[in-house]
Design a binder for this molecule. Sequence first.
Ligand code: ZN
Length: 273
Amino acid sequence: MYCKLCLKNTDLRESHIIPETFYQEIYDDLHRMVVLTLEDTKLKLIQSGIKEKLLCHNCEQRFSKWENFLKKDLVDFGNKQSKYLRFSLVDENVIKIEGIRYNEFKLAILSILWRLSVSSHPYFYLYKLGVYEEKLRHILLNGIAPDESIYPISIKRHEIEKEFHPAIIMQFPPKVFKQLVTINTSTIPPIKIQQLVTIQAFTIWGHTFKIIVNDNNFLKINLERYLRKSGHLNIKTQELIEFMSEDSVLKRIDDQDVNNIFEKMINEAEHLS
Ligand SMILES: [Zn+2]
């Protein structure tokens, strides 16, 4: 079978789409998890995350190096404590972080986004990157993160009653917005084109990552809100309940079928012990 990243015909591993390390706080005693999605409100009980034959051994290793950096950083973000990252408050709800290893951090996020897109699992059907899938494949294969204004990444931290919770994995439908772009030419009036821009988002380890899926420099964005090449990042803290939209499944947490699943998990765990 062909590796989706290096395209070599070789043995493929059962690759996690979202790396297993981010499920750590979610697995119950039976090594299962409840997955909540916004789109369909059906609950799914999944064994050990979602896996698929995607990558060869070498490519899997390449990704896991970046993932380990990302995981360490996210654990520190959660604790607001670190040996090498520095934290300060910009205001009550915004934390400034310095010292992030830009290259590894950005590549890890982009690699997860890319895996969500190349996965053929129906659970990830919302993440189809179109032409950007192949562009990202090249970036990941080269191992050099693009500039801060290319595929810019912003991050939100979620709290529940002021407490950080790493055990949150969520996915979202893409958002598309229109932007009027002026092209640099000598013509009068200047040429303006309308550009459609897609934002993809996912939540792992209690943080929601938003990625603007765009690789041209015409995009007008306030870089202060995004991961900077200098290793700076401003993270906004938001109560999860405010963040979730009206039709959120979190509202369903008290519903009977949700409770039944939790009860079943607890009973089975007790039965085993
Ligand atoms: Zn490969």
